[in-house]
Design a protein around this ligand. Structure first.
Ligand code: ZN
Length: 185
């Protein structure tokens, strides 16, 4: 459970550490505001993808399902700055599919946590494998990291791309090629 009071106290300390006057008008409500915002942007800490992927439908045709361009916003756990972009989620069903919106929900569950893009990519694929028991899954994420673009190397617009394969996608160049072709790459 997110502890609002702790977050508020922490933000106050952070501001004091920066030499700010926490009692000036503009900052007075900031700790409370951030605590409320964290409750929202880190809500995934208290959710599991099972809530979304447990309801499935039977299919007889096991062609690839690809949900592409799922826009997400996440927070880099190294800097607590946003990274955001698009997730592309594919799987080959083995008799069961999930509702399409549930794939986006699954992305959201994991994006709304302190995260690493590499882990986010793998967690989405693993959740599909666990809940839908498909023949295989492939997930690709492309994202811009504010910790790269507003500090340090400062390369605005640079994208970090990660992908993982599971099950029948692994070591199957034809399936992987189908994935990239369906994405239009
Ligand atoms: Zn970072």
């Amino acid at each position: 459970m997110i502890d609002r009071e702790k977050i508020e106290a922490g933000v106050r300390l952070l501001l004091e550490g920066m030499g700010e006057d926490v009692n000036r008008e503009g900052l007075l409500e900031t700790p409370k505001r951030i605590a409320r915002m964290y409750e929202e942007i880190f809500a995934g800490l208290e959710q599991t993808p099972k809530e979304h992927l447990s309801k499935t439908f039977s299919v007889t045709d096991n062609g690839m399902v690809l949900e592409k361009d799922i826009v997400f916003y996440s927070t880099c756990e190294h800097h607590l700055l946003p990274f955001y972009g698009k997730a592309h989620v594919a799987y080959i069903p083995d008799g069961k599919v999930a509702g399409l919106s549930k794939l986006a929900r699954t992305v959201e569950v994991y994006a709304r946590r302190p995260q690493l893009q590499e882990r986010l990519t793998a967690q989405i694929a693993d959740a599909l494998m666990e809940c839908l028991k498909p023949a295989g899954a492939m997930v690709m994420i492309e994202a811009e990291h504010m910790c790269m673009t507003m500090r340090g190397v400062k390369k605005p617009g640079s994208q970090t791309v990660t992908y993982v394969t599971r099950g029948c996608f692994t070591d199957n160049e034809k399936l992987q090629a189908d994935f990239w072709r369906m994405l239009g790459r």
